[in-house]
Design a protein around this ligand. Sequence first.
Ligand code: ADP
Ligand code: MG
Length: 563
Amino acid sequence: EAQKETRGFQTEAKQLLHLMIHSLYSNREIFLRELVSNASDAADKLRFAAVKDDSLYEGDSELKVRVEVDKDANTITISDNGIGMTRDEVIENLGTIAKSGTAAFVQSLTGDEKKDAQLIGQFGVGFYSSFIVADKVVVRTRKAGVPADQGVRWECDGEAEFVIENIEKPARGTSIELHLKSSASEFADDWRLRSIIKKYSDHIAIPVVMQMPQAVGEDEAAQEPQEEVVNTATAMWTRSRSDVSDEEYKEFYKHVSHDFADPLTWSHNRVEGNLDYTSLLYIPAKAPFDLYNRDGARGLKLYVQRTFIMDDAEQFLPLYLRFVKGVVDSNDLSLNVSREILQKDPNIDSMRSALTKRVLDMISKLAKNEPERYAEFWKEFGQVIKEGPAEDFANREKIAKLLRFATTHTNTAAQDQSLDDYLSRMKEGQEKIYYIAAENHNTAKNSPHLEVFRKKGIEVLLLSDRVDEWLMSHLMDYDGKALQDIGKGELDLGEMDSEEDKQAQEKVAESLKPLIERVQKVLGEKVAEVRITHRLTESPACVVVPEHEMGAQMRRLLESAGQ
Ligand code: ADP
Ligand code: MG
């Protein structure tokens, strides 16, 4: 049954499509990159499925992408012999514009077209970028291993609806036919398409082929049309670093991450020896919408001897590095490896610590050599890095070096001071690193606890992120100096008080004894203890949390988590 039906997109779809077309208008040629990227993913998926069942190749295991152009009809067709899609998969994958995080995305739209355009560039639109250049798109596809009469045809004009029906499709895989807008007919040009493929899709591991241009003056009918490969067609991470240009690294990032923006930095390494593997790891420029969803998809693309195995292999990096994208290609794992096996394999643990170290080194290098770009990194991912010391005790010192704080030294909310900066400014005789944690920067900055520190010129870290107390409780010390919450316990500035100060303090204490006793009586059970403090210079009194109790911020954090 051909079952022709018309379906609508979700309500946001039209708005989203319109925005996307608008925002990507100056960079229209990327539609081809997205479609070739999808074809390559489809080839990867077929190769993986064929490891268990090679009948899926149906006698044709030379996977490739073909790009054809018809100038007269003003169409471009991109076809592959990859995994293909069933009818349900077409509806699922192409009938839902911008799947993961759509809700978050739509919520973050401001209505200001300019701002929204930047957002959408970050979000990635994949297949739908076809509509930047086309006013009608026809997809024909047939899943590997199913009969030829179970092909599917999907058609959409980029408005609110699409039409889907079953067709006969002998050739496995997917073809995407773009009917170009008259304003985009410049793309119906063989040489233009070749140069776009070279520019954006050179790194694609399977051949991208086009028909060879016909020699001028020869009898066209006499010639068999011949194909030629337009791209380099080797898995990019297998090439040596010196052979790969920055542009190629950037384009490859967009392919693996499905991101539209350039990455912040990357690290490409081959490890030989006990375990043999290649890794290509990227730090994105922008945090994804679901960064704080600890259950969200994360991880690397796993290959075994250049065969794609799985997306989102999360076993290779700790949770606090969940923003890292990239590829790991192992020569030792079995092609039959599964998530369950990955969880148990002790070799994975050693790969994980090596890859973690790689990422931390890459970030440290950025911090050292490019402080301005590091500041951008910190703005996007600093909060997640702060989860590090709790999760990864072994790398505590390394992570601590990456931390950036607001402090009383700069007295602004910007988190731009390192612990090393702090150490370099410590007072003679100062033994601890002092901090105060509050629910926001202003409260921290104006805390009465700071009075004596300001007076003595001792720097205090001003913490106001939700994770900060959690961070401090796991960090505990840095470079042999304890981290001390100045809102907690007895304050002993030790060597920093002069002999006269100490004598004066004792005298005051003696004379105030009756007052203290009275206050204690009045407050009764409401407090644990009333004592004289020398930490205030302006305010008359303040509340202090005992040394080993939870800080106010931590208490709020746990309360909000329902504990
Ligand atoms: P993404 O590639 O980020 O998943 P896209 O919008 O580019 O998003 O594609 C959406 C989905 O449609 C893909 O995840 C894939 O499941 C399916 N798809 C797209 N193109 C093809 C293709 N050529 N062959 C098989 N499936 C495809
Ligand atoms: Mg895609």
